[in-house]
Design a protein around this ligand. Structure first.
Ligand code: SF4
Length: 298
């Protein structure tokens, strides 16, 4: 049997940077992180063992002054910075630079058009409602942006007004293109066509993940997808793997590898281990070790 770990799986640049910031700041003293630093319970647990305290927005409002708060890669709305400053907290801003740039672009667009009273503009974000990054993006528009995740939600847009479309960084390029085409199609039916500007702001660190992952899944007989149960991205990527290779299993730790998978292994089986951008490499390595260990016992 052979076991390979997908070289494209694992933390993206933004998550790696936030985790390095947490490790480095923990060496200086107590540190809180607003929300899970990454959507992976195992990695959160590892950092909590180093002293990181995960807090929520209610906790933030009651923090004592001098507390140090790390803002994760997803970014935050302006209100979070304001609350932290009011509490006298020190902010360690680990917002991914790609997300930061997107926040700035949306804010600039909002500031530029907010006084267009004759035809009030609409900033539309193609993204998952309630996702931390999307909340941060909406905050740049004083929460006026419209969030659309599916084409069926197109009714939320008023086609008599200008539209400025952006995307959450982790959405699919195909989904974004389909949304652009659907908006264009609606506009073609109208005589008056106010401005429609769209900006493909999908992060290129993840844009090709589905294709790469499916090629990896097809190249192996058995696929073990390692991901956090709280990560919607992990679920989506797992489903894409399963589509490419029926023999795909989802686990969040090595202890969860099912007996059924071990039973399916023969001396010539090719096993591929992969994960989401929130899956740490060490967790995939632990899964690999577990499979090797199990093989040695047989
Ligand atoms: S997916 Fe891209 S934008 Fe999002 S945190 Fe990772 S590097 Fe940054």
């Amino acid at each position: 049997m052979t076991i390979s770990i997908d070289s494209n799986s694992g933390f993206c640049f933004g998550v790696t940077r936030a985790i390095q910031a947490a490790e480095s700041e923990l060496r200086k003293g107590p540190l809180c992180c607003l929300g899970d630093i990454v959507h992976n319970g195992q990695e959160v647990k590892r950092l909590e063992q180093l002293g990181l305290q995960t807090i929520d927005y209610d906790d933030l409002r009651t923090l004592s002054s001098q507390s140090r708060v790390l803002l994760r890669a997803h970014g935050e709305p302006p209100s979070t910075y304001w609350i932290a400053q009011q509490r006298g907290c020190e902010i360690i801003d680990a917002t991914c630079p790609v997300v930061k740039k997107l926040q700035e672009r949306i804010r600039a667009c909002y500031e530029q058009h907010r006084h267009d009273e004759a035809l009030p503009p609409q900033i539309v974000i193609y993204g998952q409602p309630g996702h931390a990054e999307v909340i941060g993006l909406q905050g740049q528009t004083n929460n006026t942006a419209i969030v659309i995740e599916h084409l069926e939600q197109l009714e939320r847009i008023d086609f008599t007004r200008p539209i400025y479309l952006f995307s959450q960084t982790t959405k699919s390029v195909e989904g974004f293109q389909a949304l652009v085409e659907a908006i264009e199609a609606r506009r073609r039916c109208r005589e008056e066509r106010p401005t429609f500007e769209y900006h493909d702001t999908i992060c290129r660190n993840v844009a090709n993940r589905v294709k790469e992952l499916q090629a990896f899944a097809r190249a192996n007989d058995i696929v073990l997808f390692v991901g956090g149960t709280k990560s919607s991205n992990a679920r989506v990527l797992y489903n894409h793997c399963k589509e490419a290779n029926e023999q795909t299993w989802f686990v969040s730790s090595a202890d969860e590898i099912p007996d059924q998978l071990f039973r399916a292994i023969t001396p010539t089986t090719k096993i591929g281990i992969c994960g989401a951008t929130s899956t740490p490499l060490w967790l995939m390595e632990q899964c690999k070790d577990k499979i090797i260990e199990h093989g040695q016992q047989d």
